[in-house]
Every structure is written in structure tokens, then in C-alpha cells.
Design a binder for this molecule. Structure first.
Ligand code: ADP
Length: 600
């Protein structure tokens, strides 16, 4: 029932990977370890005091007035035990607190490192189907969670318990080698059974967690899709899906419980067996006068210290297994250095004359998007890319932004190869407006300000005014503080235009900026764009006749190639693809009737 997982990272491998992250906390770690050791020594004090007490009381009983003689024993015992507990408060606090501090620090460093690293990756990294946002998030979260748990286990759970056990065993050997030997024999058996338990449960806890997540998100999806479910009358189908998930979850839960009950029973028996052996041996040694009465108590308590950590073993084993599996996914993302974006160093003043020379490009998924594309984009002019969808127009824009690099051929900007440009410099000189532009969670003001962070509120308002958005914002109850994600598609598009006004770049790339808008919004956005276009290099992908007509130069693309290029007039005379597309677009507008209604 357990799915096999790919497992190439070992615990040692994890340690090597995680070492740089915990290195800054070296001092804290050493301190925690020292406190752990002191704590482990302290844990044996009770046993030793008990032995001392029993032996002293036994000796006192033989005296004529044991009460009077015994006062000093009581004082010593109380002083040691209370003193120890007082010291323990500080030691425990220090050990747990610093252990937690290491855990929390490691967790936040791991999380931040993943974010910093991912931001440097190429766009292709994010379009890879293995790196979809949900998957990436889960892999990072799980990796961090399991690594953090490993650190916590080590410093807070395992280490104190095992240090305690090791010292207890040493004390046992020091007191009596035979008793030490008996405990040492029971321990491996106990160990073996725990390992068996862990193996049987290995992965089931993970499976349980997955099933719970699925069950929870299942309900969420169900609520989100309720209209579709009802309209297709699929209530029974969806109900059955949830029922099956619930059954699987139940099966895993019962399996875990059953296995645990069986093994826990067996382990308790072995522990008790060990205890019986220790009692039998110590009683024999006492009766044989090789040991004092107090030693029975001492060894029983020490044995308890030895067996305590092993009770936790199966849980720790499972956590280790989780860490090995999930840490691998996390470190794979973190170490994907081949995915880091390459950047040049050139930061010249940019005018915006692009030239594509025999460019071939295939997406990493294997989709060939451009073959032998050559085109010139004049600076200060508007160039339109026209063609049916899938022709490769957006791909050209992706390449101009250096989101991807051509496989063959080259792209020049102001006669310098695009690869030589510093990416930040290049992108800060390009304004990109897409069909749908991303609106961040937050206020309208912050969203507009994304175009240029350091502008004043007045400048934000000015940009909104130029994008025909200001009046509409004022009508909202919270004005510029309104949640931008609640705006309509047209208003969100205007935010993108307002950002463009703030960014004020010499190059503007527009990918169907008005495709999903109503007529009024299209008209207003066209006006805004006409205002900003002047004197800049503009590349526009559009199906809108008016926007195409406004262009200085037009390239027609089909299946990844440039078919023809020229002005509107030239292309119409060419009688080629452009004319076909243009005629079809004009016909779809029902131009005859339109002209007629405007003639009246
Ligand atoms: P257009 O903008 O002309 O509609 P695109 O440039 O978007 O065309 O697409 C050109 C080709 O590249 C299409 O076959 C498309 O499926 C493919 N393509 C576009 N984007 C990606 C991507 N991110 N990953 C893989 N293939 C893509």
C-alpha cells in the first residue's frame, strides 16, 4: 500500500546540504549540545540519590537511634534533589529554547533561500510542467517542513534522550558489568522490533497526510465548482469521489493504529522482560552480597532511562525517511543552477532598434515556435505583428524581453547582441502590456506604483488620469486604497497602462492589449496608448484593424515564419496573406452596413 519513492539522498547527504544553513548558529549549537550533556548527567541524579537513600537508611536502621542520626541524610537528599531541580529549570529552558531557536532560524533561512534562488531562474523554469506554482510551493513547503522537523528531532527530541540513555548505560556498567550487559542485550532486541515497526509504517504517515490534504482540498474544489457540478447534475459522481477518498483515508488510519497497537504491545513486553531481568539479576547480586539494596533501585531507574528513547524510535525513523525524500525535492529546486538566468554586463543607452537575424526558437517543452525569422524593428516607430494565433508573435516578444534565448540566429538591439545586455537594464527600458496583466493582491495605488516604486501619490494619480482610470477610482468607496483584484478586466488593463506611464520606457511591447475589452474600454486604452506611443519604439500584436492601420511597419507571420513585411499599402498591393487576413477582419465587421449607417 506504500508507494515507492525515489530516494538518492542519504541522511549524511542531507547533513552535508543543510550544514551551510546551520553554520551561522554554530555557537548556539555547541551551547545546546553542552546543555544537553549536562541535562543527561542530571537525569541520572535521581537514580543515584535513591540508591544513596536506600543504602543510608538501611545502615541507619542498624543504629540505636536512627531518627537523630538520619537528619543529615534527609538534609543532604533534599538539598541535592531540590538543587538539581532548580538547575534543571535553567538547563531545560536553555536546551529547549536554543533548540527551538536553531529550528526556527533554519526554517526561515531555508524558506528565504528558496525564494531568493527561484527569483534568479529563467522563465522556462516556471513553464516546465514539473514546476507549476502549486507543485513548486508544495515541494518547497514539504522540504522545509521535513528538514525543520529533522533539526527539531535532533536537538529537542533525539539528542537529549539518547545522551540520557548512553550516560545511564555507562553508569550501569560502572556500577556492575553484568547488569550493564543485560541492559545492552535487551536494547538491540528492542531496537530491532522498533525498526520493524518503523518499516511497516514507513510512508503510511506520509500517505495519511497526503490523503488528508486531498480530502480537504476536495471539499474546497467541490464548493468552488458547485455551479458546474449542479448544472451537469454530477452530485452523485462528486459524492462518490469524496466517499472513495474517505474510505482510503480510513483504511490508512486503521492500518496505522493496528500496526502500532501490535508493536507497542510487543515492545512493552520486551521492556518489561528487560526490567524483570534487571530485577532478578540485581536481587541475586544483593542476596549474594555483591551489591547493596539501593543498587536495585538504581538499576531499575537507569534501565528506564535507557529504554525511554527507543520508545520514540519508530517516529524518528519515519521523520528521517520523510526528510530524505522531501529534502531531495527541495534541494533539487535550490540547486538548479543551470536554470539561473544568464545576463550580460552592457548597459548602454537604449534607443530601441531591434533586428532579428535568422532566429530559430523551440520552447523547452519541444514546441517549435520560430524558424528562420528575420525582421527589423525601427526605433521610434510602431511595428505590428499580424498573423493567426499560434503563428509565433508572442514568442517574438518573449525573445525581445530576453525571457528566452534563441536556439539559432541572433537578436540585436541598437547593433549590440541582446545577450550582451544586462537583463535588469534591458527590462527597465521595456514596457510590456499583455492581453491580461497581472494584478497583485493589494491596493490600486500599490498596483500602479509597481511601474515605478519611488513616485509620489500625485504622480500615481496623474498616471491613472492618463489611463482613463482616475475618475473611476474616485467613485470607489476606498478610492486608491481599494483592492485592485476586485476591479473589472478593463480597469485592470488600465492599471497596466498607468504602470506604463510611470515606467516611461523607450520601448513598448504590446501583446493584444485590448483583445478582451469592451468597445468603450478599447477606445480609451487606444487613446492612452496613442499618447504614450509618440517617439517610442513600439511592437504591437493586435487583431484590431485600427491598431494595425496605425502602424508604420507590419510583419505577417505564419507557423513560426515571417511571410511578408511592409506598410499597409504595400501589403495590400502584395495580395498575400495580409490582404486575406485584413479582408476577413473587415468582412467580420460588416463594413458595408457600418458605412451605410454612418452615411445617414
Ligand atoms: P501567437 O502569439 O502568434 O498566437 P505564440 O508565440 O504564442 O503564437 O505560439 C507559437 C507556438 O509556440 C505555438 O505552437 C504555441 O503552442 C507554442 N508556445 C507558446 N508559448 C509556449 C510555452 N510557454 N511553452 C511551450 N510552447 C509554447
Amino acid at each position: 500500500m506504500v508507494k515507492p519513492f525515489r530516494k538518492t539522498l542519504t541522511v549524511l547527504g542531507i547533513y552535508n546540504q543543510i550544514r551551510p544553513f546551520i553554520r551561522p548558529y554554530r555557537l548556539m549549537i555547541v551551547g545546546t549540545l553542552v546543555l544537553t550533556l549536562i541535562g543527561a548527567l542530571m537525569a541520572q541524579v535521581n537514580a543515584l540519590v535513591l540508591k544513596y537513600t536506600v543504602d543510608e537508611v538501611e545502615a541507619l536502621l542498624k543504629l540505636p537511634s536512627p531518627m537523630v542520626e538520619g537528619i543529615h541524610v534527609l538534609v543532604v537528599i533534599s538539598a541535592i534533589l531540590l538543587g538539581k531541580e532548580l538547575a534543571n529549570i535553567f538547563i531545560n529552558f536553555g536546551q529547549k529554547f536554543y533548540g527551538e531557536k536553531i529550528r526556527i532560524n533554519t526554517s526561515s533561512v531555508l524558506a528565504q533561500r528558496a525564494i531568493d534562488k527561484i527569483l534568479t531562474y529563467k522563465v522556462s523554469f516556471f513553464t516546465d510542467e514539473n514546476h507549476q506554482s502549486g507543485k513548486l510551493q508544495t515541494r518547497i513547503d514539504r522540504g522545509i517542513e521535513s528538514l525543520t522537523r529533522l533539526v527539531q528531532n535532533f536537538f529537542i527530541d533525539i539528542l537529549p534522550l539518547f545522551a540520557n540513555a548512553a550516560i545511564a548505560l555507562v553508569v550501569m556498567y560502572m556500577q556492575n558489568v553484568y547488569v550493564g550487559l543485560v541492559s545492552s542485550i535487551v536494547v538491540p532486541i528492542y531496537f530491532w522490533v522498533s525498526a520493524k515497526q518503523a518499516k511497516r509504517l514507513s510512508g503510511v504517515r506520509r500517505q495519511l497526510r497526503n490523503q488528508r490534504e486531498k480530502k480537504n482540498s476536495g471539499l474546497l474544489n467541490l464548493i468552488n465548482s458547485i455551479m458546474v457540478i449542479k448544472s451537469f447534475v454530477q452530485e452523485r459522481f462528486e459524492g462518490k469521489k469524496q466517499y472513495d477518498l474517505q474510505m482510503q483515508l480510513m483504511e490508512s488510519q486503521l492500518y496505522t493504529r493496528r500496526t502500532n497497537f501490535i508493536y507497542d504491545g510487543l515492545k512493552t513486553f520486551i521492556e518489561q522482560f528487560g526490567l524483570v531481568m534487571v530485577i532478578l539479576l540485581t536481587v541475586y547480586l544483593v542476596l549474594n552480597q555483591q551489591m547493596t539494596l539501593g543498587a536495585i533501585m538504581l538499576h531499575i531507574m537507569l534501565f528506564n532511562n535507557v529504554s525511554a528513547p527507543i520508545r520514540q524510535l519508530h517516529r524518528i525513523y519515519d521523520d528521517m525517511n520523510d526528510a530524505v525524500i522531501y529534502a531531495e525535492g527541495y534541494f533539487e529546486i535550490l540547486n538548479a543552477d543551470q536554470e539561473t538566468e544568464r545576463s550580460g554586463n552592457e548597459r548602454p543607452e537604449i534607443k530601441g532598434a531591434f533586428e532579428l537575424r535568422n532566429v530559430d526558437f523551440t520552447y523547452p517543452s519541444g514546441a517549435k515556435a520560430l524558424s528562420n525569422v528575420s525582421m527589423k524593428i525601427q526605433s521610434g516607430k510602431t511595428t505590428a505583428l499580424v498573423g493567426l494565433s499560434g503563428a509565433g508573435k508572442s514568442t517574438v516578444i518573449n525573445l525581445l524581453c530576453k525571457f528566452y534565448v534563441p536556439n539559432q540566429g541572433e537578436i540585436l538591439l541598437d547593433s549590440i547582441n541582446l545577450e550582451a545586455y544586462d537583463n535588469e537594464h534591458l527590462r527597465s527600458e521595456i514596457g510590456l502590456v499583455l492581453q491580461r496583466n497581472h494584478i497583485f493582491q493589494g491596493s490600486i495605488e500599490d498596483n500602479i506604483r509597481y511601474g515605478s516604486m519611488e513616485v509620489s501619490f500625485e504622480q500615481v494619480q496623474e498616471a491613472a488620469r492618463k489611463a482613463y482610470l482616475h475618475e473611476q477610482i474616485l467613485e470607489l468607496p476606498q478610492g486608491y486604497a481599494h483592492d485592485a483584484t476586485q476591479l473589472s478586466g478593463g480597469q485592470q488593463q488600465r492599471i497596466a497602462i498607468a504602470r506604463l506611464f510611470l515606467k516611461d520606457p523607450p520601448i513598448i511591447l504590446l501583446d493584444e492589449p485590448t483583445a478582451s475589452l469592451d468597445a468603450i474600454a478599447t477606445q480609451q486604452i487606444k487613446n492612452s496608448l496613442d499618447a504614450i506611443k509618440k517617439g517610442r519604439t513600439v511592437v504591437i500584436i493586435s487583431h484590431s484593424l485600427s491598431q494595425i492601420l496605425d502602424s508604420d511597419h507590419i510583419y505577417v507571420m505564419e507557423r513560426g515564419s515571417v511571410l511578408e513585411g511592409g506598410t499597409h499599402q504595400e501589403l495590400m498591393e502584395n495580395q498575400g496573406m495580409y490582404k486575406t487576413i485584413f479582408d476577413a477582419a473587415a468582412k467580420s465587421l460588416n463594413l458595408d452596413k457600418l458605412v451605410e449607417s454612418y452615411r445617414d
